[in-house]
Design a protein. Sequence first.
Length: 343
Amino acid sequence: MPMSHDTTTTTSPADHDRVRGALARSGVLRSWRPDDQDGGPTTVAQVAGRLSALGSADADTGWIGAVAAVTNLAVAELPEGGVREVWQPGRQTLVCGTLAPQGTGTWVGGDFRVRAVSTPASGLPWADWVMATVRDVDTDELVRVVVPVQDVRVETTWDAAGLRGSGGDTAHLEDVVVPARRVRTLVPTPTAAPLTFFATLFFAAPLIGTVQAALRDVLAAAADGGPRWTRPDVRASVTAAARRVDRATALYAGAVAGLGGRADVDARSAADRAAVADLAVQAVTEAEAALPVLVSAAGASALHASHPLARAVRDVGVGARHTALSPTKSALAYGDALFARSA
């Protein structure tokens, strides 16, 4: 089985070029951008397919791409001047950050002053911009800001077992002044899909791609021959894992099938969106469950830290623990929508 890439958050110039190059070629950095600003894929299904392909090649890069797909939706909501500043024509811009509210800020004249905020954000070593969500101390409203990475102090804190090369370090925004063009007050819109819905779909895609690649690697090893792969118990394990991967693939395909752009998703009911998100989470659960079965089939060598199956277990295990992929949360949301629909 081929060795797969595994890095820490300290990146070399070659690693930087590798990740940025893969993201640029995939088109995800241009997702949701209009045609006059180097537009790329503009439907959920298109973006999901590219993220799955990225995850098949490298889980870290796929995860960073998923972050970019979500943050680009947030950039699209900025005032026009901010959109054009962040999405400069001819540039493959990477925005990282989180949706969770952390910290506070206040308007001073025509600018928004962000007080000390610390936010973990995948992709920081490669980012051009950092997004944060804070609470306005004067109005208690949530405010989303986008700032140049040069205005951020980055602390290397990411030390998880998996997705080690995703750069999920901590961004410190300390008394940063943000012009109004890169600020958006988050006014509740009950009919619009929250960005957390897209996070669920897009974070699922590279993880499923990673597990699909792991299965392909095992099948390739079996095709190369050797006495282990003729054993009935080993073949039964591979078959059981393949069935789980097939189910995961079908569940995720069902989740994103026919999903268009932002307007199409917003037009769907909250109940429909809850069902779609739950399908994506179920797909990740099925995909993750296939990995220990593949490890069992491959034998003790698959437990070595450098083995691609061991890395897949770590990467998918960490990614699947993201709050956007919580089986409990998705099941509760689906249940609420189900009972509301039947009331």
